[in-house]
Design a protein around this ligand. Structure first.
Ligand code: PEP
Ligand code: MN
Length: 379
């Protein structure tokens, strides 16, 4: 399922300020996205962009699944005339939103993101599960085996924890990543772990199959830019008080940097409600699915902070169209060093997965129980 033959990656992203001013300063400064034809070759797109450049017309090519060539500052009808006989271009979109590459109409069928061999999006729904924090070798391996046995496809565990109090357990750091790699080796599950600072992206890269950006870092722009430079998937959690547009623009930072393997995760927002830890904003999840082609998953653990609410909210999320779930699981929640109050036990995960499996099937989707293509990172 690799898309590298089909799509384009012809240019490094442009200097953000390097665009030609509008030919006619009085005309509207449109942003037009030219969607590359599915059968266009990288060479064809490169020739197109270079050909335009010799005529002093600046366009930028992005690999977003289907390729996109972005025109800024030229009236749309001028762009349409320029591309009228261009076989590499399938259709044009007027980008009338602040976000561009993440727009749903860039890829109306929705994009699919693979973590290791595990797909999220379109026909597939997958579950990430694991402890909030990696605490020890024994703890992680016990939970990883149980999560695998009970239907989770991706192992989630924090090595670097963004804790509200500096006195709380901060995670095992690099040692935690080594343990995650060991758990992957043993169970075959790809792993995802949170990254908090740009300098850690390169150091974590060999150990993880995907990077988690936590709610508190959704607008850590240097981090988003660093993650735009890599070729591994990024799960971007919604900020505690972020609007949908802010969330999508944060994702846009990663795509515009050149990495289109992004999934969004709704994890609850701050409201006046105090009976749950946060308020699960399922409407925003469903709206995000309309606004963007990126897969959107839901984290019912942090959203509710209550293990009894994890299963019902997981079912609701799937029924509302989520492409996956992230669930905190612990074999001994009472002894967990982080978020034990909201963790469910492995057996409860198994019951929930059985319900989700039936629900997914009734919606014509497949709940993925393990890697489909070992080591694949397509999408
Ligand atoms: C977590 O996933 O453990 C976590 C800290 O989540 P969030 O960033 O959503 O609070
Ligand atoms: Mn947690």
């Amino acid at each position: 399922m690799s898309d590298t033959n089909r799509t384009v990656n012809v240019l490094s992203p442009p200097a953000r300020n390097g665009h030609r001013p509008p030919a006619n300063p009085g005309a509207s400064a449109d942003v037009v996205l030219a969607i590359v034809a599915a059968d266009a070759t990288e060479r064809e797109v490169r020739m197109l962009v270079e050909g335009l450049r010799t005529r002093d017309i600046e366009a930028s090519a992005y690999d977003t699944g289907p390729g996109v060539v972005m025109f800024e500052g030229l009236p749309a009808d001028e762009v349409a005339a320029l591309l009228a006989d261009e076989p590499a271009v399938e259709r044009l979109i007027m980008a009338d939103t602040r976000y561009r590459l993440v727009r749903r109409d860039v890829q109306p069928e929705g994009s699919q993101v693979w973590i290791g061999g595990v797909p999220f999006g379109r026909d597939y729904v997958s579950i990430m599960a694991g402890p909030c924090a990696v605490e020890s070798r024994e703890q992680l391996l016990t939970i990883a085996r149980a999560c695998r046995a009970h239907g989770a496809a991706v192992l989630r565990g924090g090595a670097f924890k963004p804790r509200t109090s500096p006195y709380d357990f901060q995670g095992l750091g690099m040692h935690g990543l080594e343990l995650l790699a060991e758990a992957r080796e043993e169970t075959g599950m790809p792993v995802i772990s949170e990254v908090m600072e740009p300098a850690m992206v390169e150091r974590m890269y060999p150990y993880v199959d995907a990077f988690q950006v936590g709610a508190r870092n959704m607008q850590n722009f240097p981090l988003l830019k660093a993650l735009g430079d890599i070729d591994k998937p990024v799960m971007l959690k919604r900020g505690l008080s972020a609007t949908l547009e802010e969330w999508l623009l944060a994702a846009e930072y990663i795509l515009t940097g050149g990495n289109h393997r992004v999934l969004l995760c709704e994890r609850g927002i701050r409201t006046f409600g105090s009976s749950t830890r946060f308020t699960l904003d399922l409407a925003a999840m469903a709206l995000a699915k309309r606004e963007t082609h990126l897969p959107v998953i839901v984290d019912p653990s942090h959203a509710t902070g209550n293990p009894h609410l994890v299963a019902p909210m997981a079912r609701a999320a799937l029924a509302a169209g989520a492409d996956g779930l992230m669930i905190e699981v612990h074999n001994a929640p009472g002894q967990a060093r982080s978020d034990g109050d909201q963790a469910i036990r492995p057996a409860a995960l198994g019951e929930t997965v059985a319900q989700l499996d039936a629900l997914a099937a009734s919606m014509g989707r497949t709940l993925v129980r393990g890697p489909l293509l070992m080591g694949a990172t397509a999408g």
